[in-house]
Design a protein around this ligand. Structure first.
Ligand code: ISL
Ligand code: CA
Length: 560
């Protein structure tokens, strides 16, 4: 790579889900003061940046992704003074802060929408997407991402409004220049506070296709993982270029666009290296590989991904973005199940070793890695939660529409799918220690705890030098120290091997060989490791050479 390396290309991001991180006032909900108290923990891990899920004022129909005031803090989380203090303390410790930006939609309680729905001639009417009924029905066949139709009829004015997510999340009309101006002004409010960047929620959806045509399939879940329907509309790049000029260029910011439905071709546009749009995108292709073969069920399924498919996909992104754009690297976030449960094994005998393997696989790739809270201690899916325990609107709607209404699967099967894929797997509170409610709260947690916190918790992981935590700490340190992890060329080995994911990173004078046994079996592979190679990191104490033990991961380093 000839271009100079930017700070965010060497950085590792730690994602904090404020609601579930640390409660300080006993109301069962994590808060900003709690994050401030735990900054030293994040510093100890070595992360450079924190991404905060939305902390803005919100009726919480979709856990903060429905914002009613962009310039105010959700009172459950604290006050603007708490936010200012958190930002200052993070900066004192050399940690940068990335804010979530949710501007495809607002809450239906936002003053813009309250005005917009009040009458057809209100000056905010055109801030949202209103349409007349067609033959007494919805204007088109679009479905919400979270099941059911994407249109809601409003009696007051006899029109439908568009909501790609839940009813309480009306989509903004980005074609209206006043909407764009209002959003950019709001973003500048945060830039002026000194934040370090934005993670942009479903930014690939802000420009709707001209004329709002029917989709090929009505299910909204399809939009997320295909390049067919509503994503990547005709004006999205124009809007982002405008945002870059009016907001993002005012500081040395980091930007990552969450891009449902993005493919390689349009990712290169969003994250191009001419600095005209974003730094990188979150792509979803690898998250869709273990979807249900029945498209109507979307992500709801419990079969493991095929390693061959996973390799092909991740390698495609590594190879095609190289020198052209920049990858973000993630397994986990607040919308995904726990990585160790999904890609490794959360059985007690394999949990630690496989959590490290899954980490090794990702953290030696090119891109900016994201660690989701709890991933660094090997937190697992929450099998103890039952239908009535779930909080997530996506899960509730899946039961309501796919089970109760459409009978696509029975309730027990859906529960199995939710235990494999549901978002609440990631949202159960952070497990700090083995005291009541894992030290997360002295009150009643807003979402039931994962009942394995007596063994899986931060206190235990910090006391054990061989823990998942110290492994992540070392991965981060290696990325900071070895430029080849940032800049080396990526080469996949043995694409058809169904058991091992092995790849190389290559620079002019050195090389890394990364080997990951994805199975719980002992197998043999000969990668012809050069005699001068040394082990940089591994999840077993010794090197058994061509023997690979269950979930073994190791990285050789050698000078050419
Ligand atoms: O979570 C998903 C599947 O379970 C994704 O399809 C997800 O809905 C999509 O990536 C958009 O996610 C983002 O916007 C949503 C919000 O609910 C998610 O938490 C957020 O990450 C609406 O704002
Ligand atoms: Ca609290």
């Amino acid at each position: 790579m000839t271009k100079s390396i930017k700070w965010w290309q060497k950085a590792v991001v730690y994602q904090v889900y404020p609601r579930s991180f640390q409660d300080t006032n006993g109301d069962g909900v994590g808060d900003l003061k709690g994050i401030e108290q735990r900054l030293d923990y994040i510093k100890k891990l070595g992360a450079d940046v924190i991404w905060l899920n939305p902390v803005y004022a919100s009726p919480d129909k979709d856990n903060g992704y429905d914002i009613s005031d962009y310039e105010d803090i959700n009172s459950k989380f604290g006050t603007m003074a708490d936010f200012d203090s958190l930002l200052a303390k993070a900066h004192e410790k050399g940690i940068k802060v990335l804010m979530d930006l949710v501007v495809n939609h607002t809450s239906d309680q936002h003053r813009w929408f309250i005005e917009s729905r009040s009458s057809k001639d209100n000056d905010k009417r055109d801030f949202y997407i209103w349409r007349d009924p067609v033959d007494g029905h919805e204007p088109n066949n679009w479905g919400s991402f979270f099941s059911g139709p994407a249109w809601k009829f409003d009696d007051k004015t006899g029109q439908y409004y568009l909501h790609l997510f839940v009813e309480g999340q009306p989509d903004l009309n980005w074609a209206n220049p006043t909407v764009r101006e209002s959003v950019f002004n709001m973003m500048n409010f945060w830039v002026d506070k000194g934040i370090d960047g934005f993670r942009m929620d479903v930014i690939s959806l802000i420009s709707k296709p001209d004329g709002l045509p029917d989709g090929e399939v009505p299910e909204g879940a399809q939009y997320g993982n295909s390049d067919k329907a509503v994503a990547n509309g005709p004006h999205v790049h124009e809007y982002l270029k405008e945002m870059r000029q009016k907001v993002l260029n005012r500081a040395d910011m980091m930007t990552v666009g969450e891009a449902s439905g993005v493919n390689i071709e349009n990712a290169v546009k969003y994250a191009n290296q001419d600095n005209s749009e974003l730094n990188m995108v979150f792509q979803f292709e690898h998250m869709g590989l273990d979807n249900n073969p029945n498209p109507a069920l979307g992500k709801w399924y419990d079969k493991k991904v095929s390693l061959v498919d996973l390799k092909a996909n991740l390698s495609k992104w590594q190879n095609h973005l190289a020198e052209k754009a920049w990858n973000s690297l993630y397994w986990d976030n607040h919308d995904q199940p726990r990585a160790v449960s999904r890609y490794g094994s959360d059985r007690p005998e394999y949990r630690v070793v496989s959590a490290k393997m899954v980490a090794t696989l990702l953290h030696f790739m090119q891109g900016t890695p994201y660690i989701y809270q709890g991933e660094e201690i090997g937190m697992t899916n929450a099998y103890n939660l039952q239908r009535d325990d779930f909080d997530d609107v996506e899960i509730k709607n899946a039961f309501k529409y796919l089970v109760d209404k459409d009978h696509l699967v029975d309730e027990a099967t859906m529960l199995k799918y939710v235990h494999a894929k549901g978002r609440d797997n990631a949202r159960t509170p952070m497990q700090w220690n083995d005291s009541k409610n894992a030290g997360f709260t002295t009150g009643l947690p807003w979402l039931k705890m994962n009942d394995n916190y007596l063994t899986i918790n931060v206190k235990n992981t910090l006391a054990d030098p061989n823990s998942v935590f110290y492994y992540y700490q070392k991965l981060i340190r290696l990325r900071h120290e070895l430029p080849i992890i940032t800049t080396g060329t990526y080469q996949l080995l043995d694409p058809n091997d169904e058991q091992v994911y092995a790849y190389r990173r290559v620079s002019a004078d050195e090389e890394l060989l990364i080997i990951n046994n994805f199975t719980n079996e002992t197998i043999t592979r000969d990668y012809q490791v050069p005699a001068n190679a040394t082990i940089l990191i591994g999840n077993y104490e010794d090197d058994a050479k061509s023997t690979l033990r269950p979930y073994e991961a190791k990285v050789y380093h050698f000078v050419k």
